[in-house]
Design a protein around this ligand. Structure first.
Ligand SMILES: [Zn+2]
Length: 479
């Protein structure tokens, strides 16, 4: 397993892990000691994660998983964005807005980094009560440090749908963890138990409903929490400082701005509503922000450019949405539309996070759901895979491999992969079948790397290549 740390390192990690759990259990005793112990447990947790990433990277020769590993290694430091806005960088940023009557926090980062974020912000900003913690949405990389910031009287502000989104993400943790582990192989095999730092225990005290922004004033600064559903879930809010024209966008635009958004992620979450997203974008465009402060990466300044970029994102989603509807009404299949619909040059956007063809599919399925009306077999729990062995036996595995090879020559890699699904279902260690599968995946990866460089697509292809190589065994040897 290329992502397993060597056994000695693993032992060290297990020991550190146990220490962390022990300290978390001990800590809930006295008040200020409690906060300190919580922070220490959080910091220890971060160190375990870093050690894990380092071990996994070393075990794989340092060549794999650079992207996910780099994310964890992002240095945690404070950027002062103006006189009173501070950003602690990390995988997910934590923001502190300081006023003369107390401080407001927007997003609290990943649990592995959040304690350190609190430490660096404490060093940069004089101590004051935390009056509000505002959470952009329920994803782990935005809420992990909430417990480090809440004190007696702190309001936790979130979208009305936050509890429901948090509930299903928590209930599906094992399922989602397995999927995420395919994309981020340095994650531990099972979700570690972190006691009070576990995901899924946040109880907001103020819930913001769609169409009803929550406004307050503190120390002369006006705050508006705007419901903006449809982006990274139904529970998105943004924070707007109307007097300063600063928009804290959370994940509304995704990890980059501008880009084609993840209308609906392939990681496996609930559907996201495309029209709701467009409407939320309209709300934000109308504000005319001069600065966007996202919860990933650096702020973006420049009113005109921000406006143009937001409009392009809106128009691109609208274009893909309308083209999908038109295609459905014209009787086209989802696969035809995935291949056909591309953004016109004036709406071109990066597709590093969201991908247009996947948006087409997700919009199609958002409206038509699971039954595609393609074949009767969709109605029954018998997938086509169940007759692949018959096909392989009748056609002969070697003949199928030969045909797949000619597909590879024509750069029809997915055709080759379909045929290898048949071969490898019948004979999972068929050497020629594994070899063709590997070459087809490598060719798709090369195209992805030379194309829109969608991170999820590249990570998934890499994971499939690793799995195929494992099935092939040591180079030259039998599988
Ligand atoms: Zn995020």
């Amino acid at each position: 397993m290329p992502d397993s740390p060597p056994s000695r390192t693993r032992m060290v990690l297990i020991v550190i892990g146990l220490l962390v759990v022990a300290s978390v259990v001990v800590l809930f005793t006295s008040d200020s000691a409690q906060q300190e112990a919580k922070l220490r447990a959080g910091e220890a947790l971060g160190e375990v994660a870093l050690a894990r990433v380092a071990a996994a990277t070393a075990a794989s020769g340092g060549s794999q998983h650079e992207r996910s590993a780099d994310l964890i290694k992002v240095p945690i430091e404070v950027k002062k964005l103006n006189d009173f806005v501070f950003q602690a960088r990390g995988v997910g940023n934590t923001h502190l807005i300081a006023t003369s009557e107390g401080n407001v926090i927007f997003d609290t980062g990943l649990v592995l980094q959040a304690a350190k974020q609190r430490r660096v912000l404490d060093e940069a900003v004089p101590e004051a009560p935390i009056t509000h913690v505002i959470l952009s949405h329920s994803h782990q990389d935005h809420v992990g440090g909430t417990t480090f910031w809440t004190e007696d009287g702190t309001e936790i502000v979130a979208h009305y749908e936050f509890p429901e989104e948090q509930r299903y993400l928590k209930e599906l943790t094992p399922y989602l963890h397995d999927r995420n582990r395919t994309l981020f192989p340095w994650l531990p095999e099972k979700v570690p138990s972190l006691g009070p730092l576990d995901y899924g225990n946040i109880e907001p005290t103020i819930l913001v409903r769609d169409g009803e922004p929550f406004a307050f004033e503190l120390g002369g600064v006006r705050f508006e929490v705007l419901p903006t559903p449809g982006a990274e879930g139904a529970d998105n809010v943004c924070l707007w400082l109307p007097d300063h024209k600063i928009l804290f966008s959370g994940d509304f635009f995704g990890p980059l701005f501008p880009q084609f958004p993840n209308v609906f992620t392939m990681r496996g979450e609930k559907v996201r509503k495309p029209i709701e997203y467009i409407e939320s974008l309209e709300t934000l465009i109308a504000l005319e922000p001069e600065m966007i402060v996202p919860s990933h990466d650096a702020p973006i300044a420049g009113k005109e450019q921000i406006r143009a970029d937001m409009e392009r994102m809106r128009d691109a989603v609208r274009y893909v949405h309308d083209a999908t509807i038109a295609g459905m009404n014209a009787g086209k299949t989802v696969h035809e539309l995935m291949a056909e619909i591309v953004l016109p040059p004036e709406l071109a956007l990066r597709q590093v996070h969201g991908k247009v063809s996947w948006a087409v599919r997700s919009i199609w399925e958002y409206y038509a759901t699971w039954f595609h009306f393609d074949t009767t077999t969709e109605l029954y729990p018998v997938p086509d895979r169940e007759v692949f062995s018959d096909l392989a036996e009748l056609a002969g595995a070697d003949a199928l491999v030969k045909r797949a090879r000619s597909y590879l020559k024509e750069e029809r890699e997915v055709h080759a992969l379909h045929l290898m699904d048949v071969v490898l279902e019948a004979e999972p260690s068929h050497r020629g079948g594994l070899q063709v599968r590997k070459e087809a995946l490598e060719s798709l990866l090369k195209q992805a790397e030379g194309g829109v460089r969608n991170a999820y697509e590249m990570d998934f292809l890499k994971s499939r290549i690793r799995a195929t190589e494992q099935a092939m065994g040591p180079a030259g040897g039998p599988a």
